[in-house]
Write a protein that binds this ligand. Structure first.
Ligand SMILES: [Zn+2]
Length: 430
């Protein structure tokens, strides 16, 4: 995918090339500012380096799916949905106090709320589970332990760090998507865990409809095709076919297992009921933040503003997050402040005009604060491979390399080079 020969187009006022199959005309939601360039939910284990994206649904009135869903939420019969939740809990609740529901999460406000309310209000016996971040922030780790200290047992799965660093680096070089292997692990581990301990009931917090990516909001089941696979040979990790990683890099099945989904057959046999709490209870980020502050001893927001945005409380547990959101800015013109502002506008926490000014102030901020540590994490010594083959051409990861890499993934319909040869968004939010 990297493109090196588009300089004329970046200088032109009418570029022809559009990467990633994105809509050529950039528009922003009339209500919440979300961009029509935002990719929709995809089956991550089929994500190839070509990265042809399907984007979120925008309606003719230039309003995004998340805003339509936010409106629809106002008129739903939430009492009826809560009744459905009670029925499900009655069906799966253990009679002897043993674990009866798996709640995946990081210990942030949403997973805290989900596990806590299931335990206290609905009298369930949750076991929580976590796919570890790449590099914990100090405050992310404190919140994780705050969760456990608030009365929850947790299974923490930490992927083999040598393999995890290599596939993270491969995903960055090949797809400018450093979070892709983590996303695979985060999606696939909880189901495999539930299957392993034979608990056929799982409850996530929010579903993706809250943010405008596709989700069937009229049915309490999650789509199993996103989390299962019939044939392991069809899987891609870091944009490479799993067969290539095994053949060229001598990765073993167990080394790649954290990223591999459960088979459809095993999933069917396990008969796992797989839901999100936001289907049953009206979801509010703001309320869950206060709920968590009230019901836990030591939950903390980050002591500093998160890079690329104005917030201190969203997705704060992994140092690699800063890099991830910078790559979405590069590929889709969609930085972290825009994700946060769209959310906050829909919740009524900020106005649209405040959102515009916050997005323009913060979303292009370069991820400086953890960069030294991230460069060390992403530098792969050739000795770390079990083979002479090495598909990482530049083992040393530094900021010069990162900036050049980013430029290869910019699309001319989103970025232009100005007279000083500096990058500018062609269609900033106004
Ligand atoms: Zn919207």
């Amino acid at each position: 995918m990297p493109v090196n020969n588009l300089k004329e187009e970046f200088l032109s006022d009418e570029p022809a090339t559009v990467l990633y199959n994105l809509p050529k005309k950039v528009t922003y939601c009339k209500i919440c500012l979300m961009s029509n360039q935002r990719p929709d939910t995809c089956t991550e284990h089929y994500n190839k380096s070509e990265q042809k994206k399907k984007t979120i649904k925008f309606y003719d009135d230039q309003i995004c799916y998340a805003c339509k869903w936010a409106k629809k939420k106002e008129s739903l019969d939430w009492e009826k949905r809560e009744f459905e939740l009670k029925e499900l809990c009655d069906k799966y609740r253990s009679r002897n106090g043993s674990y009866d529901v798996v709640v995946p999460g990081s210990g942030g406000k949403d997973s805290f709320y989900t596990s806590h309310i299931l335990k206290t209000k609905y009298k369930m016996n949750p076991i929580t589970c976590t796919f570890a971040p790449h590099i914990y922030t100090e405050w992310g780790k404190k919140n994780f332990y705050n969760w456990i200290n608030s009365g929850f047992s947790n299974y923490l799965f930490t992927a083999d760090n040598r393999i995890h660093r290599i596939v993270t680096r491969l995903a960055l070089d090949n797809m400018l998507h450093p979070f892709q292997p983590w996303v695979l692990g985060h999606m696939n581990f909880p189901i495999k865990f539930a299957n392993l301990i034979k608990i056929p009931f799982m409850m996530y917090g929010d579903n993706s409809a809250e943010f405008g990516t596709f989700h069937n909001v009229d049915d309490n089941n999650l789509h199993s095709n996103l989390y299962t696979c019939d044939n392991t040979d069809d899987i891609y990790i870091a944009g490479y076919p799993i067969k290539k990683l095994k053949k060229d890099l001598k990765f073993t099945d167990s080394e790649l297992d954290p990223y591999v989904p459960i088979t459809s057959k095993a999933f069917k046999e396990a008969d796992i009921k797989y839901c999100t709490l936001s289907y049953f209870l009206k979801w509010s980020n703001q309320d869950h933040y206060y709920y968590t502050m009230e019901n836990s001893k030591n939950f903390n927001i980050s002591p500093e503003r998160t890079s690329g945005t104005y917030t201190k409380h969203q997705g704060i547990d992994d140092k690699l997050d800063d890099l991830h959101y910078y790559t979405t800015l590069i590929k889709f013109g969609l930085g972290r402040a825009l994700y946060d502002a769209a959310n906050d506008i829909r919740c009524g926490d900020i106005t649209r005009d405040e959102g515009i000014s916050l997005v323009n102030k913060y979303q292009e901020e370069y991820p400086k604060r953890f960069m030294k540590e991230l460069c060390e994490y992403l530098t792969i010594n050739p000795n770390e491979f079990n083979t002479k083959q090495n598909i990482i051409k530049n083992p040393i990861f530094n900021e010069t390399y990162f900036k050049e890499l980013c430029n290869k993934f910019r699309s001319p319909h989103i970025w232009k080079l100005n007279n000083n040869e500096k990058w500018e968004l062609r269609n900033p939010i106004k």
